[in-house]
Design a protein around this ligand. Structure first.
Ligand code: FAD
Ligand code: DHB
Length: 391
């Protein structure tokens, strides 16, 4: 197969990149290891920053999002049994976020790509990238039936997530990984019950963090901090509701509403950055280059920032012949990546109970929360980061 841009991975990064390139008149081929149904059902992120929403609109992938997405003007922090609302538009000059699940973003982009775009090959697994540092890179792949093939391209963009193969094509001696693992994970559930609160709630409790989010007016998405290594099967539905109720207890009598749980899974928490994010004709985008812990919902939005940057650079190259923007790609993305790493790390530490924390550190955590909810400049700083760094 011959194309201009070979894309590995049909997560949000690879799918959106293919769409942006199509709109710029640049050919691409996307290969994805899993089948379509798996990609469309994989429960993950839910919050789209203002900038992500704008990009999806510009890419013409907004029709259903604008009908079904829920615009959110703020979040609430809950600690010491009291809720403290933050109103984003007031704090940021009009910015907000949208709840529209990653599964839905992927479904929309897949159907557009199959209708209007270049090849999108499911059940086609990249085995490796060759010639990354040459003008003729290629991707070796294997289909489900065991047959193999090669994509010859001018550029390869690895959007193949943390477990992908793209990163391996960069010589080890040029790479530096920065990493942190956390001693806790998130147990996430989907439940067929209307959200108990209009806004998202980030709750800090001595028993651990809890997050109340949603997927629609009838489906709730809730998370509990659990020890690393927890198996979702170890938690009965009743235990989950009891724990959510305890961690979200308030003095005003408000309560989490229970309903049938339709899905349960555990997400480990990790911070990870791979530098550099490019090597010759190979570019890394999204989780292939960096992971953030989910607190603050930056993962998907960072992936969007990367592919917007690489699409812009490829368009610039095609239109002007200059590869200035391509050469600046890694540096440009890493600025934004490290801001998101900092924010996600701070939000994680602000809200989770560390099993090794001393009583002194617990008190400091509450003092930090109190400082945020009582100081306009601190609230503004958080609201600006939450609603998104400029693309
Ligand atoms: P991915 O979505 O991981 O997509 C990579 C794609 O590449 C996958 O489809 C994979 O099958 C494919 N692939 C991998 N290897 C190959 C190969 N060799 N050949 C071909 N294809 C390959 N973020 C939030 O903001 N909030 C959340 O609640 C949240 N929850 C998460 C839960 C989990 C379990 C995980 C893993 C992530 C979560 N994230 C969350 C992060 C967010 O979902 C990711 O940042 C986002 O999916 C990144 O998109 P991506 O396209 O870069 O990578
Ligand atoms: C969701 C996930 C997050 O990590 C977050 O900070 C807020 C919401 C969600 O899945 O809805």
């Amino acid at each position: 197969i011959k194309t201009t841009v070979g894309i590995i991975g049909a997560g949000p990064a690879g799918l959106l990149l293919a769409r942006l390139l199509l709109r710029a008149g640049i050919e691409s081929v996307v290969i994805e290891a899993k089948d379509r149904e798996y990609v469309e059902q994989r429960q993950r992120a839910g919050i789209l920053e203002q900038g992500t929403v704008d990009v999806l609109r510009e890419a013409g992938a907004h029709e259903r999002m604008d009908k079904e997405g829920l615009v959110h003007d703020g979040v609430e922090f809950l600690f010491n049994k009291k809720r403290y609302p933050l109103h984003f538009p007031t704090l940021t000059g009009g910015r907000s976020v949208m709840i529209y699940a990653q599964t839905e973003v992927c479904k929309d982009l897949i159907s557009l790509q199959l209708k209007e775009g270049g090849p999108l090959l499911f059940e086609t697994k990249a085995l490796g990238v060759d010639g990354a540092n040459t003008p003729n890179p290629s991707i070796r792949f294997e289909r489900k039936d065991g047959s193999t093939g090669t994509i010859h391209a001018d550029y390869v963009v690895a959007c193949d997530g943390y477990w992908g193969v793209g990163r391996e094509a960069i010589p080890k001696e040029l790479c530096q990984d920065y990493e942190r693992t956390y001693p806790f994970s998130w147990l996430g559930i989907l439940a067929d019950v209307p959200p108990s609160n209009d806004e998202l709630i980030y709750a800090r409790h001595p028993r651990g963090f809890a997050l109340l989010s949603m997927r629609s007016p009838t489906v709730s998405r809730y998370y509990l901090q659990v020890p690393a290594g927890t198996d979702a099967k170890d938690w009965s539905d009743e235990q989950i509701w009891d724990e959510l109720e305890k961690r979200c207890e308030t003095t005003d009598g408000w309560k989490v509403q229970r309903g049938p749980i339709t899905q349960k899974s555990v997400t480990p928490m990790r911070s990870f950055v791979h530098e550099p994010m490019a090597y010759g004709s190979l570019f890394l985008a999204g989780d292939a280059a960096h992971i953030v812990p989910p607190t603050g919902a930056k993962g998907l939005n960072l992936a969007v920032g990367d592919v917007v940057t690489v699409a812009r650079a490829l368009k610039h190259k095609v239109q002007t012949g200059s590869d200035d923007l391509l050469r600046a790609y890694s540096e440009t993305c890493l600025q934004r990546v490290w801001q998101a790493e900092r924010f996600s790390y701070d939000m994680t530490n602000l809200l989770h109970t560390d099993p090794n924390a001393t009583p002194f550190e617990d008190k400091l955590q509450i003092a930090r929360l109190q400082r945020i909810v009582s100081t306009p400049s601190a609230e503004t700083d958080l609201a600006l980061a939450y609603t998104g760094f400029p693309l």
